[in-house]
Design a protein around this ligand. Structure first.
Ligand code: SF4
Length: 476
């Protein structure tokens, strides 16, 4: 899918090396591998014998870090990094991560993926108690509670466990003190987090396994929902106080769209889950056709699955321009159609005169899907049958993505037949919601944006709006 897409908020990365090492380069390669999780800002903090050195800015990893910047960061034995797509709190420079805090008992750097669903209440309470916030991101709320708890506890890991008592919602965290690197995953496990080890003994924590592989690390295992793992010169210690307290709620949309297909989350290959989604679509929404094509990138695996199950040949339907970044802006509204053409060009020899099954991962507002269908029609497709490898979006997400307004979701106000007509497709079929479990082979996942069944208390909409409005006003 291009444009109009649902965005993941962040990717996190951390490294603990038993010896002094160029840890910043590890993080740089890791963040490159996680760039798909956030393109608006990024940062690295290096721990060199207890002293923290950092560089953060707006932009993608390749823009923010050139060799001069990387060389400026010293060797060290620990580092944390972050890529961010900002929704809550907006995308100002002050919201770049990792967040760094100097507190009474030392230093802390913190990188967060997810959204705290009770952030409004927590921030209110803290502010009424005298807290002053420098950013508008909910990550600073975690940092504040964590450092407050650190004053009352003998160690940073105990403070993390105390802090988790207050937090609701989604958080996969990588934290660094002067002497420890810490991974923590919320008790529902909404967002992925795993760790691995290199041949020379460097421990790597990352949002996805593809980032472990980018630095030559082998997956040890996923961080369990509710688990806190500490890496230090004393070895690796796991705290499971919050494990098995909640049903697992891994975000099912990680498998459908957010994560890279070469990643493995909680033991399930993302690529295999997407191929399975395509097979289910072929089973549930059969249609006579000549070719199956996927919308790059995340529709390709599901298109392959559709083709394999149905026996209809798979074809390359589009070429995506790899060199267009998020900063590409068309000068006028009227030029949006040509903007799609520049980003995505159909291969007419694949589709001309053919009945085409077009597979994509989701439809948000419907405008981009309409433009893609038109591209295929203009390229000569005789029929276009759109198949979507997720159920219809009908609800907001409070756990780290930007599905936040029902008004903008086409499936909230239109039937499947109406949507097919609006986007210009001859037929349309979504993945049935009851088939989502087949993608991952279990039923412990979050599907709230499709079902409206939230595993945590839903923040009151009025509060959420007030919170974001108040924060954005401050931001100005
Ligand atoms: Fe993922 Fe949807 Fe749940 Fe958000 S609401 S965590 S996008 S499945």
């Amino acid at each position: 899918m291009i444009e109009e897409k649902i965005h993941e908020e962040c990717g996190v990365f951390g490294v603990y090396s038993p010896t002094n090492y160029g840890v910043a380069r590890d993080v740089y390669y890791g963040l490159y591998a996680l760039q798909h999780r956030g393109q608006e800002s990024c940062g690295i903090v290096v721990n060199d014998d207890g002293l923290f050195f950092s560089h953060k800015d707006l932009g993608q990893v390749s823009n923010v870090f050139d060799s001069e910047e990387l060389n400026r960061l010293p060797d060290g034995n620990m580092a944390v990094g972050h890529v961010r797509y900002g929704t809550t709190g907006g995308n100002s420079r002050r919201n770049t991560q990792p967040i760094e805090v100097n507190h009474q008992k030392g230093k802390l750097a913190l990188a967060h993926n997810g959204n705290i669903s009770n952030a409004y209440d927590l921030r209110n309470e803290l502010e009424l108690g005298g807290a002053i916030f420098h950013t508008t991101s909910d990550t600073e709320i975690i940092a504040y509670i964590l450092t407050r708890e650190r004053l009352k506890t003998p160690s940073i890991e105990k403070a993390v466990l105390e802090c988790m008592k207050y937090l609701e919602g989604a958080y996969s965290l990588v934290m660094m003190s002067a002497t420890k690197l810490i991974a923590a995953r919320d008790p529902h496990g909404y967002r992925p987090l795993c760790y691995g080890i290199t041949d020379d003994g460097r421990y790597i924590i990352a949002s996805e396994t593809c980032a472990l592989e980018a630095v030559g690390a082998k997956l040890v295992r996923d961080v369990r929902p509710g688990e806190v793992i500490v890496f230090s010169e004393d070895g690796t210690t796991s705290y499971t106080d919050y494990c098995n307290k909640e049903n697992g709620q891994i975000c099912i949309f990680e498998y459908i769209y957010f994560a890279r297909p070469d990643s493995v989350i909680d033991g399930i290959s993302v690529h295999s889950a997407r191929v399975k989604a395509g097979e289910i679509l072929a089973r549930e929404h059969e249609v006579e056709a000549d070719v199956v094509v996927g919308v790059p990138d995340s529709g390709l695996d599901a298109a392959l699955g559709y083709s394999r199950y149905s026996g209809i040949p798979y074809g390359i339907g589009f070429i995506k321009n790899k060199y267009i970044g998020r900063t590409f802006i068309s000068p006028t509204q009227d030029e949006r159609n040509s903007q799609v053409k520049i980003k995505l060009n159909p291969i007419s020899s694949t589709v001309k005169g053919k009945r085409v099954i077009l597979v994509d991962d989701s439809i948000v507002r419907g405008t981009t899907s309409g433009r893609i269908v038109k591209l295929l029609r203009d390229a000569g497709a005789k029929e276009i049958h759109m198949r979507i490898s997720s159920p219809p979006f009908t609800n907001p997400c409070y756990y780290g993505t930007d599905i936040d307004s029902k008004d903008k979701l086409i499936a909230c106000h239109h039937s499947v037949e109406q949507i097919a007509k609006i986007i210009g497709a001859d037929s349309l079929g979504y993945l049935p919601i009851e088939s989502l479990g087949e993608l991952v082979g279990h039923e412990n996942y979050c599907n709230a944006c499709f079902s409206g069944n939230y595993a945590t208390k839903i923040p009151e909409v009025v509060n959420k709006n007030r919170f974001e409005k108040r924060l954005s006003e401050r931001d100005e």
